[in-house]
Design a protein around this ligand. Structure first.
Ligand SMILES: Nc1ncnc2c1ncn2[C@@H]1O[C@H](COP(=O)(O)OP(=O)(O)OP(=O)(O)O)[C@@H](O)[C@H]1O
Length: 96
């Protein structure tokens, strides 16, 4: 199941400051509610694709996730590859 940009927009209250968990070098992570019937939050990691090195960092992270299993780590449940309202590339990973 893939999620759309609009679903993530809604889940994070429009990627609001109040939902922002933290910023990394290549992404911002937001707390969100994807499914109203599920009381568990998701973490939405939005890539800063305009930052130099973001693509590379993303590929490295995916490779790392592929080989890691740990009880304290969340799972990637879905992803989103789309364009935002301004027509810029938008990519996000959703963890739960
Ligand atoms: N799955 C997650 N659940 C909850 N919080 C998260 C999750 N992933 C990241 N965070 C929070 O969001 C912040 C930014 O994460 P991100 O992965 O973008 O960057 P980083 O790993 O801290 O730094 P860099 O991107 O420079 O390596 C983290 O410091 C952490 O506080």
């Amino acid at each position: 199941m893939k999620v759309s940009y609009n679903q993530l927009l809604k889940a994070t209250n429009g990627f609001s400051e109040a939902n922002l968990i933290g910023n990394g070098g290549f992404s911002s992570v937001y707390k969100g509610v994807l499914d109203e019937n599920d009381d568990r939050f998701v973490a939405v990691k939005v890539l800063h694709l305009q930052n130099r090195g973001a693509q590379k960092s993303f590929i490295r992270e995916c490779e790392a996730w592929r080989s890691i299993r740990h009880q304290n780590l969340l799972k990637i449940i879905t992803s989103c590859s789309s364009v935002d309202f301004q027509g810029n590339d938008f990519k996000a990973l959703v963890f739960k």
